[in-house]
Design a protein around this ligand. Structure first.
Ligand code: G4P
Ligand code: NA
Ligand code: NA
Length: 193
């Protein structure tokens, strides 16, 4: 997506270790106009799939997922990383290992919000090693829900996430695809949408 690629070129900052800082428009301060455009793009791409729920993970996946859900006319569910005091009902849970943080965390969604009737679009802000997306897929599988596709804002194509998800037979659509972050330069691949 041209607008996103241009915004990364303008406001993205490269940190060491292959990390792109986009805290002025995605991960901390959020640009609602750009988020809405991205939500509309995801909805356009997946509109024929009969999506009934958009699923993401807190925190930074929520903004793009919410706009995609609004455009598709369906609810958005965000998996929680910590158990909420009011989550006393039955939970779907999965373990997610973060290579970046080298910790395993448990993510969860209340069982009542996903069922075998659901066709799910998974959305997240970053795709690196794909472990967060894999955890969300596991939650959907536990509910018997069908994952129809995965929409990603920024894919780091030099990491293994896309390959992992495609090997599971899933369609991955990324609005920006980063080939490399070396020598202080952001190099892009052609984006999917
Ligand atoms: P993975 O899910 O693809 O395996 O990713 P990984 O464990 O490596 O990433 C851990 C966290 O870091 C995730 O957010 C992910 O979105 C984010 N992340 C990964 N690569 C980058 C990057 O280059 N730049 C930025 N800004 N973030 C990156 P999180 O901490 O779990 O969630 P959130 O609460 O920040 O949304
Ligand atoms: Na994220
Ligand atoms: Na993040």
């Amino acid at each position: 997506m041209k607008e996103l690629v241009e915004r990364i070129q303008k406001d993205g900052r490269i940190l060491g270790e292959g990390v792109l800082k986009v805290d002025s428009f995605v991960t901390h301060q959020v640009d609602p106009v750009l988020m809405e455009q991205m939500g509309q793009r995801f909805a356009e791409v997946f509109k024929e799939q009969g999506i009934t729920k958009v699923v993401t993970i807190e925190a930074s996946g929520i903004a793009p997922a919410l706009f995609a859900a609004k455009e598709l006319g369906v609810p958005m569910i965000f998996a929680r990383k910590a158990k909420s005091l009011t989550m006393d009902e039955e939970l779907l849970t999965a373990s997610v290992y973060s290579f970046t943080k080298q910790v395993t965390s448990t993510i969860s969604i209340s069982r009542k919000f996903l069922s075998s009737e659901d066709k799910v679009l998974i959305i997240d802000d970053f795709l690196a090693n794909g472990q967060a997306a894999k955890g969300l897929i596991e939650l959907c599988q536990q509910a018997g829900a069908q994952v129809e596709g995965i929409g990603i804002v920024i894919e780091k194509s030099f990491q293994d996430g896309r390959q992992l998800l495609e090997e599971m037979g899933l369609r991955v659509v990324s609005l920006a695809r980063i080939a490399s972050l070396t020598n202080g330069q952001v190099e892009f691949l052609e984006e999917d949408a």
